[in-house]
Design a protein around this ligand. Sequence first.
Ligand code: CMC
Length: 435
Amino acid sequence: MVHNPKTDKTFTLTNDQSGESIKLPVLEGRQGPPVIDIRKLYAQTGHFTFDPSFTATGSCKSRLTFIDGEKGILEHRGYSISDLAGKSSFLEVAHLLLYGDLPNREQKDEFEHQITYHTMVDEQVNFFYRGFRRDAHPMAIMCGVIGALSAFYHDSLDINDPKQRELSAHRLIAKVPTLAAMTYKYSIGQPFMYPRNDLSFSENFLYMCFGVPSEPYKVNPILARAMDKIFILHADHEQNASTSTVRLAGSSQANPFACIAAGMASLWGPAHGGANQAVLEMLDQIGSVDRIPEFIERAKDKDDPFRLMGFGHRVYKNFDPRANVLKAACDEVLEELGVNDPHLELAMELERIALEDEYFIQRKLFPNVDFYSGIILKAMGFPTSMFTVLFAVARTVGWISQWKEMIEEPTLRIGRPRQLYTGPVARPYVELEDR
Ligand code: CMC
């Protein structure tokens, strides 16, 4: 059933200088605030709008993910994130995002088969890795190798062919984990582990990261389930920076491998996917519980660039529902592994003090998904530099589903924001000898 967001409501905008008014259509989605349709604003008034960080701008229609930041709600295709994280597998969620529904048994088997049988990468890709220094940041390698995939899979680059689009989507969901595991193996000087088709998505990922050819690797089911949950919690998050990057790159009709590489680059930053690494680095920097007040004061000081990493969110102004699920998973994993991580004690105390502090209360700054994910991932044996890569493995599903949704829109046009020009105007050219 297609939802038509048009209403007969309008929003009147009056120019204070000329007194002229225009009525702008108001659109309503199934949930969320109404949206003023300004597509004809420039043609009708000669004015652009100005919203540099997109705090009040909807860039697209989407049926994938709904967030209500005030109430702490996150839903994929109408299903709550806590139900999905509690009851589904990552590949079921991937099917949901990509095709619109949770798969029935037959569809589940078929989808799992498709993904499983695309996990190997062209053998030639292995040689790319040798071009990187061993101490390269894993995200630097990922940006390169994902982009390079478009040089290998020429039979799925025609974005106008639905079958080719689907094949690219399957390839990306299947191969990004393999490339991520190879990146890790390369960084520690161990041989690459080829994927195993008898294992589930997350089991296989742990095997490719932690297995070695010289002995059998037994997957711990609690860790595999925790990995799957972490992937589900990071699978999609509406029009965040990296997803918007993928959509903008795709709007020029670039191939999907190139678009996902663009998303990968955007995710890397510490304000986005790089925050999980930054949280552990921050906990290391704080070092002990007695130093927390000092760092809280620094986070509040506008002259100090230090921020509490893993705190705050552009959309969530109550709590991040993903953080709640992860906090519980974190306890389970640490107990299973018998890990007594001082980072956890530090994190809990930091959370407690920050949540009672007027600065954080007033600005509605709560722990986000990255606050706890780093602690679990560290306990599972991943180095901090791999944390953002794991986020990318999961988010590839969201990126490619959003890309597919965009390409299927009949009205797709290249994304082309405008600007408020503040530079010099009509300067007479100055010859070199006169400058
Ligand atoms: N520590 C201290 N102060 C903060 C923090 C923080 N982590 N986050 C926001 N503030 C303050 C900020 O200084 C501002 O104060 P004031 O109103 O006095 O100027 C106010 O809160 C609003 O912040 P903002 O920068 O306008 O908010 P934003 O929506 O532009 O930024 C954010 C959102 C997530 C980038 C930011 O909260 C942040 O940098 N957090 C730390 C990094 C982090 O954990 N990122 C992961 C986000 S969740 C995973 C993902 O989606 O990728």
